[in-house]
Design a protein around this ligand. Structure first.
Ligand SMILES: [Zn+2]
Length: 661
């Protein structure tokens, strides 16, 4: 009796992996893990697909099907096989939700071998050492960049925190995407510091195309960058603002679509070599440019304030208007950039810096509107204008940030410091009080009567000099923020930003001063006085920066002392006034008195011995002079290069005191 030949065993080796962007594994692919059920299926279009066998994956995501035959329910000798991974309960990294199951039908394995075998004549598939390897879903690895239409390098990578959505559709350009990946602000794929986004999508069919939608939004909680947007006036006649985005299946040079299945493997780009997509077109570039600057701005503030910067709590919206006019920062949370300024870093910084002050100093939309529309009827201002303490504060503040982000007096930008040795009194704000009224152009100094605090250029100059020489001090010869291109690390080239000493000085001067405005007036004098209160120890030094530009100047309004003294001196004189600082001197009869500054409004001194003395039995009338220390910027072009110190009289009283011989 013939014994039928014993058919040999047929082995199928198949392994499942999934991309894991958070893995420490260099390959970044994790096996699906043990216990994932893998179904060996037979496709049957009439009776429905049949289950031929099932196995659970091992630790390496591997299953081995071993059988002598794989008959289908219909008794088919050549079933149409594929695999189905039941991944629903698989633990997935990074908040992604896997589908119930994932079929290999239509996909290829990582080496290009098919995931579907129609009319399969049973034979081995794969080996233990070389199994079929399927990666679940379609992964995408992109690097976003944009083109700058200004001088310098053309290509810049996109900032971190830009959301990217993947859409799948059935292949006709312009068709409405069929499948939208669930998108929420807290669940989006977002660019990293290399402008890269690495993501994984499941609900895509092998016959579909994938396109990407990049919204011009940004958020980065690691630096308290709250959500910000760019909105644009829509194309055509519709002039209502709308959120702006870039969809890669559009037309134009920045269009790009991808087949879901590329052979091999099923991915777009690789973790180490992401697919580059770059917008080169008009306003999409501009939107990316705005967000890049906002990112830098926020990263800088977060660092230099020692994380006290909480971000723009209500978010920021940039309007990318096509309407000519003027750029402005109003109402609170909204910034409008004129087309002529779309590539002007300094203007974008300026308008964004206004929003810091609106928020930190608690200056509301109505107040801003009042100051700009009613006090300044034309919304016109310039650096040398003698105007109001509010105007000088808010504009000088914004200009100070221009210097931080663009560098001082950079070509192409109009940044402080400026030579404001003379100022324009054309607005005649000081009609009733100002001695130089009517001259239009007057010297900022002397007469040292505090007019600098009404001049935005003087205030921004003072802030910039204090920042450069005191806050940053020796930590860097370039105290402005070098633009970041490659990795959006604010410390790249700007190491001083993370110097704790620099941060501490920034906090106790500039940051506490702007925060302090929330509970007091909104003028340069209020700002400077807060610095004085917070930094009493350093005030003698800091006062010089402001007094150099004719702000917060000491004045004397009274004295209390004996009318006369014997030649030996020794009595006490009390001088009262405003804005007293250390290093004040009182000179009586040509002799320095020993001075103790008691407060910003009072000092005492000991009357010195007379020299020369009054004659015996006679008397000697002498002068009293009160001096303060002044540092005067000596401009070279626009740059104050040196800071000579000089003593300046705050009061001179000829013949005001008598020594008795
Ligand atoms: Zn402004």
């Amino acid at each position: 009796m013939a014994v039928p030949a014993c058919p040999s065993l047929i082995n199928i080796f198949v392994r499942f992996e999934i991309y894991n962007p958070t893995s420490t594994n260099i390959s970044k692919y994790d096996p699906v893990g043990p216990g994932v059920e893998i179904d060996l299926m037979d496709h049957d279009s009439l009776s429905g697909d049949d289950l031929l066998d099932k196995k659970n994956t091992d630790e390496n995501g591997l299953v081995t099907f071993t059988n002598r035959d794989y008959p289908s329910k219909a008794g088919e000798k050549t079933p149409d096989i594929y695999f189905k991974a039941r991944v629903k309960n698989m633990k997935l990294v990074n908040r992604w939700t896997p589908p119930d199951d994932w079929s290999t039908k239509g996909w290829t394995d990582v080496f290009g071998r098919p995931g579907y075998y129609p009319n399969w004549t049973p034979s081995d598939l794969g080996t233990l050492d070389d199994p079929l390897v399927f990666r679940i879903g379609v992964e995408f690895h992109l690097q976003l960049s944009y083109t700058r239409l200004v001088s310098g390098p053309e290509e810049w990578i996109a900032p971190p925190g830009i959301p990217v959505l993947a859409h799948a559709y059935n292949g006709v350009l312009g068709q409405i995407p069929l499948i939208g990946i669930a998108f929420r602000n807290d669940n989006a794929f977002r660019t990293d510091k290399k402008g890269q986004v690495h993501g994984l999508v499941f609900n895509v069919s092998p016959d579909q195309k994938v396109t990407f939608v990049i919204h011009f939004q940004i958020v980065d909680k690691s630096i308290n960058l709250q959500p910000a947007w760019v909105e644009a006036y829509g194309p055509g006649s519709a002039r209502s603002p709308r959120e702006y985005y870039w969809i890669t299946d559009g037309s134009g040079s920045d269009a790009d679509t991808f087949d879901a299945i590329t052979v091999p493997p099923n991915w777009i780009g690789t973790p180490t070599e992401p697919k580059k997509i770059r917008t080169t077109v008009g306003d999409k570039n501009v939107a990316m440019f705005f967000l890049s600057i906002l990112y830098e701005f926020n990263a800088f503030l977060f660092a230099i304030t020692g994380k006290q910067w909480k971000g723009f709590g209500d978010g920021i919206t940039y309007t990318l208007t096509t309407l000519g006019g003027t750029s402005y920062s109003w109402p609170v949370g909204k910034i409008n950039i004129d087309p002529r300024d779309h590539w002007n870093r300094s203007v974008i910084v300026h308008e964004t810096a206004h929003q810091i002050m609106w928020q930190e100093a608690d200056i509301g939309t109505i107040r801003i509107g009042f100051e700009y529309l009613f006090v300044d009827g034309k919304m016109v201002h310039w650096t040398q204008l003698l105007y109001t303490g509010f105007q000088a504060l808010t504009e000088g503040w914004a200009e100070f940030f221009e210097a931080i982000f663009c560098g001082p007096s950079q070509p192409g930008y109009n940044t402080p410091p400026w030579d404001v040795s003379s100022v324009d009194d054309n607005k005649k704000q000081f009609k009733s009080t100002h001695t130089n009224f009517g001259k239009n152009w007057i010297q900022l100094s002397p007469p040292w009567d505090g007019i600098g605090q009404y001049v935005e250029g003087a205030f921004s100059d003072a802030l910039w000099q204090m920042y450069r020489d005191f806050v940053v001090a020796g930590a860097s010869t370039e105290p402005h923020v070098l633009e970041v291109m490659d990795d959006y690390e604010v410390v790249n080239g700007n190491a001083w930003v993370t110097d704790p000493a620099v941060q501490g000085r920034f906090q106790t001067t500039i940051w506490k001063a702007v925060d302090g405005l929330a509970s007091r007036g909104k003028t340069t004098a209020d700002f400077i006085d807060t610095i004085r209160q917070v930094s009493l120890v350093n005030w003698r030094n800091l006062a010089g920066y402001f007094q150099s530009f004719n702000m917060f100047v000491p004045s004397v309004d009274g004295k209390s002392m004996p009318t006369s003294s014997p030649n030996a001196g020794g009595g006490t004189a009390t001088i009262t006034g405003q804005n007293f600082v250390d290093a004040m001197q009182v000179v009586i009869g040509g002799q320095n008195a020993t001075v103790t500054v008691q407060s910003s409004t009072s000092l005492t001194c000991t009357i010195p011995a007379a020299n020369p003395p009054a004659p015996a039995g006679g008397s000697l009338n002498v002068d009293i002079t009160v001096w303060y220390q002044l540092r005067v910027p000596a401009f070279t072009g626009n740059s104050p290069a040196t800071w000579p110190t000089q003593m300046q009289p705050a009061l001179h009283l000829p013949g005001a005191f008598i020594y008795q011989g």
